[in-house]
Ligand binder design. Structure first.
Ligand SMILES: CC(C)(COP(=O)(O)OP(=O)(O)OC[C@H]1O[C@@H](n2cnc3c(N)ncnc32)[C@H](O)[C@@H]1OP(=O)(O)O)[C@@H](O)C(=O)NCCC(=O)NCCS
Length: 180
């Protein structure tokens, strides 16, 4: 099966300042997702992506396919505060980031970076050479984060793909080579 990029549209960006007041509650556990997380994962996805959240059936099947690269931030009270999902091709050594989100109350504390860093470490360990993602061109928070990890627009046209997800739904494709 070929993994396709499914980054969803966000019209409401938390651009500058956008910072949470500070982390509250117990420290978070960054771990692989479990089947028992699925209801809470769905709630988290809806909290972060609202009307663009994955349908429950798709989230379930993404978990079935990509469990090893589906990571969550568990606050220990039954709530998940963030997740990242990377899909790999069955035949090939490339991967797409299909989801990255942190709850609004926990943003700007390095958690998105931690999730991405850990999933990139696992992808490299598992023989993946190239990681791609799509991002809405106005989503500067995500673009800054990805750039800080070494992602760059994939040419041509500075990575911009007009109407990528349909009319008016432009996306930038970013790419990171894990080799070299
Ligand atoms: C994008 C997102 C995952 C970032 O999570 P986060 O935990 O806040 O990110 P980090 O704290 O690791 O930030 C890392 C860097 O990204 C950039 N960044 C993150 N949020 C930013 C913001 N609101 N404004 C400007 N830069 C921002 C900064 O460069 C930041 O480094 P700094 O804090 O040292 O300045 C989070 O904002 C989110 O869930 N957004 C909604 C969902 C989304 O857009 N997902 C990505 C889809 S492609």
């Amino acid at each position: 099966m070929t993994a396709e990029p499914l980054e969803r549209s966000l019209d409401r960006h938390d651009l500058l300042p956008g910072a949470a007041d500070g982390p509250d509650g117990p420290p978070l556990d960054l771990r692989t997702a479990r089947e028992s997380d699925l209801p809470e994962l769905r709630r988290l996805d809806e909290e972060v992506f609202q009307e663009f959240a994955y349908p429950g059936f798709l989230l379930r099947q993404l978990f079935d396919m990509y469990e090893e690269h589906f990571l969550v931030l568990d606050d220990g009270t039954g709530r998940l505060r963030g997740y990242v999902l990377a899909a790999t091709r069955a035949l090939g050594t490339d991967s797409w980031i299909l989801g990255l989100g942190v709850t609004p109350d926990r943003r700007r504390h390095g958690l998105g970076t931690e999730l991405m860093t850990e999933v990139l470490t696992r992808l490299r360990r598992d023989g993946i050479d190239v990681v791609r993602l799509t991002v809405e061109p106005a989503n500067l928070a995500a673009i800054f984060l990805y750039r800080s990890l070494g992602f760059r627009p994939e040419e041509p046209d500075g990575g911009l793909r007009q109407d990528y997800f349909g009319p008016g739904m432009h996306r930038q494709i970013m790419r990171l080579d894990l080799t070299g």
